[in-house]
Write a protein that binds this ligand. Sequence first.
Ligand code: AMP
Length: 184
Amino acid sequence: MTRLIFLGPPGAGKGTQAQTLADFWQIPHISTGEILRQAMKDQTPLGIQAQSYVDQGELVPDQLVEDLVQERLKQPDAQSGWILDGFPRKVTQAGFLEELLGKIGQGGERVVNLDVPDEIVIARLLSRGRKDDSEDVIRRRLEVYRAETAPLIDYYSDRHKLLTVNGNQSEEEVTTALKNVITA
Ligand code: AMP
């Protein structure tokens, strides 16, 4: 059973790699950022609530993402494994997830940290052109990453769940390295 959490700064290539591996293993790629962007596009209640946070590079309130992850992991297609991309993003969310996975009998998850230097991340984000990729918002998202998300590296390392891959290689090399550490 493949249950993976992708960690790493914005622009590390998490989304691309998560999608490639999810296709390879035929399991869902669950990106909270994608789900929020779709909800904003459709102007659902979730999207309307999330909009101002996403636009400013802030994290949306825990409750919003926790509810959506809980619902998503209960879906039939998530019973054979999943890749979570963008969740958890802070220690409180990691605690929530740990408890949820215990409750729904989906333990044994591993965490992959895609390690990429700051200057590479910034260059990649600037070339991506997403609405929340303006320079100020990028700066804010990196600050939020360092303050809230980077502590998860220690959190999962302490729990012996962490694998690290060098994300500063070609897309194909990163995919190969990920497959190697995950199946090792
Ligand atoms: P991403 O596509 O993962 O870069 O996420 C884009 C934006 O969605 C983030 O900058 C946050 O505003 C929001 N977001 C995504 N996942 C989370 C999460 N787990 N907790 C809070 N906000 C999130």
